[in-house]
Structures are given as structure tokens and as C-alpha cells.
Design a protein around this ligand. Structure first.
Ligand SMILES: *Cc1c(COP(=O)(O)O)cnc(C)c1O
Length: 388
């Protein structure tokens, strides 16, 4: 992302804010689309929880992407922005009756179900509405994605999905209920996955499961492999677009889809992280005896990933070209965890400098809060800047 060309415009704006580079968004979406299309009957869903900015969603809709929703609110928003209902899938371990009804009333493509109780509730509510709901069963494949423990979702000890041992009885149960039908299988093993061998293991697991189901005469309409493709947080300028080619090739080469079967994939981070940056101003540079702090006007209320997951967002100073020095980059919130990076290298920094935290488009703005009664952080796109 070429941020420096916007520095003059940023200087005129109140900070902090999220900035989205729409040129890079377009390239990212085009690349993802190109490679997912090499797989038969494929549909790419944007995992909306990563970023629900209206402009981003509109471009996703234009690109033909579907939505992976994890709340009733996300389904409503997708609906309002014109996504076809038959491109919306709905996941989550704790769907409320209200949310299930929102989904039923819109005839979404399918529910990704995570427990037996949930299947009963959907069946009852669908009966009341005179509908038949399609269910994809989320399986916990017990694959370690070698990522941070707080974003691992496919291990036995995680709360997500149905254990593999329970799959066949669960499918038989669904087939015997009047208002639901068995539509497909759903997997999601974690997030920010950089080791492709995990995805290969997932393919092998799915192939085995499919062989078993086929031998029992059970027909599976769709395979949903979830999301999880990681992005390069350390060198975002060198890798502004995630490796969609390598990622989809793994599934093309290892996943044995059956004739007519549809392939679904739900990417959040990979479709949104790299064209977003958090732009902030340095309020003070505070020199202590052993270190110096660059205190930004952005804090964990604006970008919580470093505090929540020990995540690293590369910081760059947009307004200084001086020699490098070492800083702890921190926010203004009265909490010790309000630290973006310790011992970061930045060109010599002073009050008023603009500092950008890169790769902030995913799980950034959507997790912002008003703790300390701060203003909710705003979002600006490169298109809005061009107009002004
Ligand atoms: C969060 C989530 C995703 C997206 O994960 P990313 O790592 O952002 O790609 C996909 N599917 C489900 C079910 C999710 O909960």
C-alpha cells in the first residue's frame, strides 16, 4: 500500500482514523476471484466479521462474493446492501432464536450448525415458519493450525463444531427431521494460518470423511472449508496481496470434490487486512531513563489486536525521514496493555508526526470500543480522499 502519497491529505484530517486503499482492495478481490474460480462450482464468501465497512461490502458484492455471517445483524446488513440471500451462510455456536428467524425469513443458503440442540431449534422454528432450512454441519476436524492459541478453532478442546465421531448420527438425525435438510459439511480450523500443510491435512480429512459418507449412500451437496488464510504482518509492503494462488491450488490439487458438489470458502483477514491502515498522530515523545515512548492518539480502543492476541502491526512514520531510533509505541489509554509495540524502530519521531499501523483492515475497526468515553474511530477510503 502506497501511503506516503496521501500524507498531505492525512495532515489535514483529524486523527486517528482507519484508511482503506480502494485500488489495493480491487486488486486483492480480483486476485482472489481469479484463483477461486479455478475450482469447480466455487463461491467465495467474505467473512463479514473481519470488516463490515459499507464501501468494502459493496465492492465484495460487485465482485460476486457471498457473505459468511456470524450474527443476525450481519445478515441484515448483507441484506440491506443487496447480497443475494442464496449467497449468505450463517455460522456461530450461539445463534439466538431471533437470529435464526432473521435467517429463515431471508431464505439464506445454509446454516453452518455447531450442535445437536441447535439443529432441533432450527427445525422447530423452520416448522413454525413453514420452511425447510438447509444445514451444513460444522465438523471439528482436530487439526492444529499452528497459529496463536486464541485464534485456533478446530481442535478438540475448542468450543466450535461437532466432533467427528458424532457426524454420522447427526446427519441421520437431520435427515429424519421434517423442516431441515442435510446440505453439506463445514470446517474452519483457525485464523492467520501460514503453514499450508494444515490446509493439506484438512483436504485429506475431508476426503476420508467423504469416502465414509459415500459408502453409506449419504449425498453431500456442498463442502465449505472456512477461512484462515494468513497475511504478512511483518512485511506488508512486500506482500500487499495474500497468496490466493498458492492457497486455492492446495484445494484444487488435494480436495476430491464429487461431481456437482459446490465448494465454499470464507475468507475474512485475507480479503480485508492489507489495504487497511490505522493513521494516528504522535501526541508526545516521552523520554524515560532507559527508553523512549512514542505516545499515539490511537489506543487499544481503536485497534485491540496487539493487546488481545499479542499481534504485531508494523508501524511506519509517514512524516519523518530522520535516522532510526528505538521507541515503545503506546496509546493514551490508562492501561499497561495499551501498547502497540515495544522496542520498535522508527525514524526519529516528534510530536505531531503521523504514524501508520499497517495491515489493520481486518479485525480492526469492527473491534473498536468507546472505553474511556472516547469517540468511536472513523473510517476513510482513498475514494473519499480523491473527491475532497
Ligand atoms: C472468522 C471466521 C472466518 C474468517 O476467518 P479469517 O481467518 O479471517 O479468514 C471464516 N469462517 C468462520 C466460520 C469464521 O468464524
Amino acid at each position: 500500500m502506497e501511503l506516503k502519497k496521501y500524507t498531505e491529505q492525512f495532515e489535514r484530517l483529524e486523527t486517528p482514523f482507519y484508511f482503506y486503499d480502494i485500488d489495493l482492495l480491487k486488486k486483492t478481490f480480483a486476485e482472489a476471484k481469479l484463483h477461486v474460480q479455478t475450482i469447480q462450482n466455487s463461491m467465495l464468501h467474505l467473512a463479514m466479521k473481519a470488516n463490515y465497512n459499507e464501501t468494502i461490502l459493496r465492492y465484495a458484492q460487485q465482485a460476486g462474493f457471498g457473505i459468511d455471517a456470524v450474527s443476525g445483524g450481519e445478515i441484515l446488513r448483507a441484506d440491506q446492501l443487496g447480497f443475494s440471500h442464496n449467497k449468505i451462510v450463517f455460522a456461530g455456536v450461539g445463534k439466538t432464536d431471533k437470529e435464526i428467524l432473521i435467517a429463515l425469513d431471508r431464505d439464506i443458503l445454509c446454516f453452518n450448525v455447531e450442535s445437536i440442540d441447535e439443529i432441533d431449534v432450527i427445525n422447530n422454528l423452520a416448522g413454525k415458519r413453514g420452511k425447510n432450512a438447509s444445514l451444513a454441519i460444522r465438523i471439528n476436524p482436530n487439526i492444529d493450525p499452528h497459529t496463536h492459541k486464541n485464534i485456533t478453532t478446530g481442535l478438540k478442546e475448542n468450543k466450535f463444531g461437532i466432533e467427528l465421531e458424532d457426524l454420522i448420527p447427526t446427519i441421520l438425525k437431520v435427515q429424519n427431521l421434517p423442516n431441515v435438510n442435510y446440505y453439506g459439511l463445514h470446517f474452519h480450523i483457525g485464523s492467520q494460518i501460514m503453514e499450508y500443510s494444515c490446509f493439506v491435512s484438512l483436504c485429506h480429512k475431508i476426503n476420508e470423511i467423504q469416502d465414509t459418507l459415500e459408502s453409506l449412500g449419504i449425498h453431500t451437496h456442498s463442502i465449505n472449508i472456512g477461512g484462515g488464510l494468513g497475511v504478512d504482518y511483518e512485511s506488508p509492503q512486500e506482500h500487499p496481496i495474500p497468496d490466493f494462488k498458492g492457497y486455492f491450488n492446495i484445494f484444487k490439487n488435494n480436495l476430491k470434490l464429487r461431481p456437482g458438489q459446490t465448494f465454499h470458502c470464507e475468507l475474512g483477514r485475507a480479503l480485508t487486512a492489507q489495504y487497511g491502515a490505522l493513521i494516528s498522530r504522535v501526541i508526545f515523545v516521552k523520554k524515560a531513563r532507559t527508553k523512549q515512548f512514542a505516545i499515539l492518539d490511537a489506543g487499544f480502543t481503536d485497534l485491540i489486536r496487539p493487546s488481545l492476541y499479542q499481534a504485531h502491526h508494523k508501524a511506519i512514520n509517514l512524516t519523518s525521514n530522520k535516522p532510526q531510533e528505538t521507541y515503545d509505541i503506546v496509546g493514551p489509554i490508562c492501561e499497561t496493555t495499551d501498547t502497540f509495540e515495544e522496542n520498535a524502530t522508527l525514524p526519529q519521531t516528534q510530536r505531531g508526526d503521523l504514524v501508520a499501523l499497517l495491515s489493520a483492515g481486518a479485525y480492526g475497526h469492527v473491534m473498536a470500543s468507546q472505553y474511556n468515553y472516547r469517540e468511536l474511530i472513523k473510517e476513510i477510503t482513498s475514494e473519499q480522499l480523491k473527491k475532497s
